[in-house]
Write a protein that binds this ligand. Structure first.
Ligand SMILES: Nc1ncnc2c1ncn2[C@@H]1O[C@H](COP(=O)(O)OP(=O)(O)O)[C@@H](O)[C@H]1O
Ligand SMILES: [Mg+2]
Length: 391
């Protein structure tokens, strides 16, 4: 394949690729490693350990756990032991309890036929198989809340947290079960027994800060792009876009944005990605941005946002000055026949909601959204509300 001016290796942006470096997830990785540290030295003494991990989409939960699973595989191999990792994404895999156990069985003990076995027998045979072959296993159930939300609970959590009770007098060769979920909301679908086996406090993954997103993107870009194709301005813009409420820190979105922008730059024969590429692609792939967020704004917040948008459009800059926003506010007052509008009172709110960015009173901007679209959407909302109010 011809060499690309833009990409060093575009597959490094694919969601399937797990990078070696996961900046800002060291603590979490360390925590998980610590928990299972002693499993490799004397696995038969190590009890079945259950861990749950909770945090919103796209912030490195799966990657961190898979990175850990590579590590534990290596550690076992170094001690001439075998641990098999069975990873299931329940959102992709779907299915009922039976199908899920069959999948586990195929991963862990492929020689065993699953045909004709009950769900419980499958687990029992799997445990027996591991013991007889003197190998170990580790189970990761990703997006467990998804499964539990859409189906009636099927006792999966109950079964898998008690694998060590199938043959209480023999060691259980499944050393760990990790459940990954977006939030703890699924708890209210569980019964007492399951809750108590899950019991312990989950390991929480918090969303990355803008600075952290930016570090991560720099690290990912160094693998995926040629030198100097992605400048700091692009990293900044993508990080800011990633922080807007509609995206909510989802790194996957940031990587998609970079991937498609790279393709666009390449197709235009450009030697680097620029802000226009980013905005254009974002305009095409963004989720229905901010409509909900805008609906929640008070009238004056909406008018203030309108003034910010217009100032940015008039100035054609990434940022504008408070003075320019005040000027635009005067026009908004006239156009919508308001008594007054003190924009200073509302800018903070808009910033807290991540709709605008205020670096200082001289540097106020909006990221990611097409200003034109945003303005027309705002106008519609304002008109709509007026109608409601008059009715
Ligand atoms: N700290 C990080 N460093 C590098 N890439 C990351 C980091 N965190 C997340 N990613 C990338 O972002 C995407 C989403 O991460 P993922 O682990 O799937 O998130 P989650 O499981 O929380 O939804 C993946 O492509 C992953 O490689
Ligand atoms: Mg995940």
């Amino acid at each position: 394949m011809a060499e690309s001016i833009i990409f060093r290796d575009r597959s490094k942006l694919s969601p399937k690729y797990i990078p070696n470096e996961l900046p800002h997830r060291d603590d979490q990785l360390q925590y998980i490693q610590n928990l299972f540290k002693e499993a490799q030295s004397d696995p038969d003494k190590f009890p079945l350990m259950v861990l749950q991990i909770v945090g919103p989409t796209g912030i490195g939960k799966t990657s961190t756990v898979l990175r850990f699973s590579k590590k534990i595989e290596e550690d076992f191999a170094n001690n001439r032991l075998t641990i098999k990792i069975a990873y299931v994404n329940l959102k992709l895999q779907g299915g009922n309890k039976y199908a899920i156990y069959r999948f586990l069985l195929e991963r862990i003990s492929p020689e065993l036929p699953a045909q004709g076995l009950s769900a419980e027998e499958m687990l029992r045979y799997m445990l027996q198989y591991l013991r007889e072959n003197m190998i170990y296993a580790f189970i990761i159930l990703d997006e467990i809340d998804y499964l539990i939300k859409i189906t009636k609970e099927m006792g999966i959590i109950y079964d898998l947290t008690r694998l060590n009770e199938f043959d209480p007098d023999k060691p259980c060769n499944i050393k760990g079960v990790i459940f990954i979920a977006r939030s703890t909301e699924f708890y209210n679908k569980l019964d007492e027994a399951e809750l108590s086996t899950l019991g312990k406090v989950p390991l929480k993954f918090l969303p990355y800060s803008i600075k952290q997103v930016s570090d991560i993107l720099v690290s990912r870009c160094s693998e995926a792009f040629n030198e100097k194709t992605v400048g700091p301005d692009v990293i900044d813009e993508v990080s800011n876009i990633t922080a807007i409420p509609a995206i909510n820190g989802d790194i996957r979105y940031a990587l998609d944005l970079l991937f498609y922008s790279g393709n666009l730059a390449e197709s235009q024969g450009s030697s680097r990605i620029n802000l226009e590429h980013i905005r254009k692609v974002h305009g095409q792939i963004k989720p229905t941005i901010m409509t909900e967020v805008i609906e929640e704004l008070s009238k004056n917040q909406k008018y203030t946002l309108m003034a910010v948008i217009r100032a940015l459009r008039v100035k054609k800059n990434q940022y504008v000055d408070l003075k320019e926003i005040r000027l635009q506010a005067l026009e908004v007052i006239e156009e919508f026949k308001l008594r007054k509008l003190d924009v200073e009172d509302y800018l903070d709110d808009l910033q807290i909601r991540n709709i605008i960015e205020m670096r200082s009173l001289k540097k106020i901007g909006i990221h990611g959204a097409s200003l034109q679209e945003l303005e027309s959407m705002l106008k519609k909302r304002i008109k709509h509300n007026d109608k409601d109010n008059n009715a």
